[in-house]
Design a protein around this ligand. Structure first.
Ligand SMILES: [Zn+2]
Length: 80
């Protein structure tokens, strides 16, 4: 099973660990989260987040919602 774990289900390319930049267009704020740890396909560039990282990204979005800036660029961080 582990032999297919690193293969992209979309294109068959090889997945690798890296960081991604996430852009989320919210009501008041265009939010950019940089350096998000992700698994990336080296061929088609598709991104996968672990559940833990995805939950963290949501927490960062929740926090940023209250800032009401037009554009908010932030770096991925652990939110507890
Ligand atoms: Zn792919």
């Amino acid at each position: 099973m582990s032999s297919t774990k690193n293969i992209c289900p979309l294109c068959g390319g090889l997945k690798k660990q890296g960081t991604a930049t996430f852009t989320v267009d919210m009501e008041d704020t265009l939010m950019v989260i940089r350096k998000v740890p992700a698994t990336l396909c080296s061929l088609c560039g598709n991104e996968w987040l672990s559940d833990e990282v995805a939950a963290n990204v949501e927490s960062i979005m929740e926090e940023t919602k209250n800032i009401h800036r037009q554009v908010e660029v932030t770096k991925y961080r652990k939110v507890t």
